[in-house]
Write a protein that binds this ligand. Structure first.
Ligand SMILES: CC(C)(COP(=O)(O)OP(=O)(O)OC[C@H]1O[C@@H](n2cnc3c(N)ncnc32)[C@H](O)[C@@H]1OP(=O)(O)O)[C@@H](O)C(=O)NCCC(=O)NCCS
Length: 146
């Protein structure tokens, strides 16, 4: 069943909720960010969060505008709320408001659930960085542009 969520830009008061979601994640190639890194990302970029009716953060995406594209630097749904359609709503909303530039993101080749998710949203594989991760896994670059 689709959960009722509301979307709003993230700010520094959301950092602890972001850290909690990050701490509960299990997945290949996921960075272990410190609180300072998350604060830095919000200072230099932007974030969009999905909130439950209780105002708890359910999912978030962090992104940064570059000259000719927008980099998605991290995105995650709370571990116990995955596969409920939340991130689909978050990204569709983000893409619909930022239509001028393509979005880029990188994912570990072995993160199959994330890759399946991106392909379902019609992102295209546009490049690879061989042995990019510590375990020698390659990074796959996805883009919203064709
Ligand atoms: C990838 C991720 C952000 C998707 O968020 P989500 O809220 O679960 O996504 P949605 O519910 O909107 O979309 C569901 C789709 O994602 C894919 N998916 C999500 N969880 C999956 C799983 N455990 N196994 C396989 N596919 C999965 C499927 O394509 C699914 O569609 P389907 O049910 O029709 O098959 C989430 O799984 C996540 O937070 N993963 C851990 C963090 C991560 O890997 N981030 C990406 C780093 S680049």
């Amino acid at each position: 069943m689709l959960l009722e969520i509301s979307l709003r830009p993230l700010n520094k008061s959301d950092v602890n909720s972001i850290m909690e979601i990050m701490g509960g994640l299990i997945g290949l190639g996921l960075p272990q960010w410190t609180i300072d890194q998350v604060v830095g990302e919000l200072n230099s970029g932007s974030g969009l969060g999905a909130f439950l009716p209780s105002d708890e953060l359910a999912a978030f995406v962090l992104y940064k505008r570059a000259f000719d594209h927008v980099d998605i630097t991290f995105l995650a749904s709370r571990n116990d709320l995955q596969n409920r359609g939340i991130m689909t709503q978050v990204l569709r909303n983000l893409f619909s408001h930022e239509t001028q530039l393509p979005f880029w993101l990188e994912v570990h080749e072995g993160n199959l659930s994330a890759r399946k998710f991106y392909e379902k949203l019609a992102l295209r594989e546009v490049g690879r960085r061989p042995r990019y991760y510590r375990d020698n896994g390659s990074a796959i670059l996805y883009s919203t542009s064709i």
